[in-house]
Design a protein around this ligand. Sequence first.
Ligand SMILES: O=C(O)C1=C[C@@H](OP(=O)(O)O)[C@@H](O)[C@H](O)C1
Ligand SMILES: C=C(OP(=O)(O)O)C(=O)O
Length: 422
Amino acid sequence: MIEITPVGKLDTTLAVPGSKSLTQRALIAASLADGTSRLIGPLASEDTEYSSGALAQMGMDIEKGTDAWIVKGQGGKINPTAEPIFLGNNGTATRFLTSVAALGNSPYLIDGDKRMHERPIGPLMQALQGWGVDISSVKGTGCPPLSINAGGLQGGETVLPEGKSSQYLSSLLLVAPYARKAATLRVEGEVLSKPYVAMTLAVMAEFGIWVDAAKDYSTFTVPQGCYKAREYSIEGDASNASYFWAAAAVCGGKVTVSNVPVPSLQGDAMLVPLLGRMGCEVTREGNGITVAASRPLEGITVDMGDMPDVVPTLAVVAAFAEGVTKITNIAHLRIKECDRLSAVVTELTKMGAKVEEFPDAMIIHGDSGRGIHGAEIETYKDHRMAMCFAVAGLRVPGVRITGEGCVAKSFPDFWERFALLK
Ligand SMILES: O=C(O)C1=C[C@@H](OP(=O)(O)O)[C@@H](O)[C@H](O)C1
Ligand SMILES: C=C(OP(=O)(O)O)C(=O)O
């Protein structure tokens, strides 16, 4: 357990590690490419250890240096592996590498931890079956563990049923160029977390594959081809930068994160204008973004369907704002590392906040933090729960974060960098 020490007005500039989402996309594109790529500034964390380890298990050659990784692409060749491909609670890698394994020509077992066995993947399975993949959920739950008798992708049209994760769509797009004929994806229902689909399309294009995507993301046509190896620089992680921007909002003063660019490929950078709407001053400084707060914050109403990972961050800030903050379209928080919607409401309530929980929304009744006090925070083995409630502890004494090591999933040295805030 770690007890957070409150601070006064901040004046801090710092960098954050590389983007987890961009790192995992670049790893896959480089692994499937023909030739050797150099990934600059990748994230070294528990999650990227799982994803790179699984790719290596399937025959990819990934050499990790301190600041850059060298990936010798195998041109779409996927080796068999007798061992299960174990991905912990890495949802992105589980969804993405299920499709990568399907490119192989042998049996694969995709597995994860107890929580991953509760995180749905049925829509992705159905779409892969539409491309001729023999895949099933071993326990019949529509969740991992998954059994795949891989034989490549036949291509042509397949349908992705509506789901609560954009990762299913990104997964199908990333492997579609390797189908036996040009692939068409028809997507049913609302696409949530759309900026992550845009990120996938951008990374695919940067590795040489251009996808014809309908503006509303209802259909995608993917040409056959092979990613082109290249040197690729990875942005700082905007989701993990959110805790430092939020610290400025909650404590006053200013914080600059120096390596999340404007514009960013990451939708979570759009937390910054939301903090602006609440009353923060937001500016660009060099290659970074500065958030400053010099007056009381005000609550806002916002649909965060496209930015689920920074909902916990905004909810903590809202607890210290004046007035009501209503966050809608966030049912997909319930299938993350934990049921984040319920977890955030529960832990904020423990701190004296007045919060209402709905199936797909939360309402925080802020009173500028007057009623907020310390508490022992349960983190549910969820890195984002630990990091967002650490921010609350900068403002009120007595916030104790349990299971603080869970930050290693995406930010192994979070507590060292968090200590820089002064
Ligand atoms: O594609 C990605 O890199 C991610 C997509 C999001 O998931 P959903 O699409 O399931 O919302 C996000 O929560 C996750 O941290 C990373
Ligand atoms: C949900 C997250 O990641 P994943 O889906 O990859 O487990 C996250 O990082 O908040």
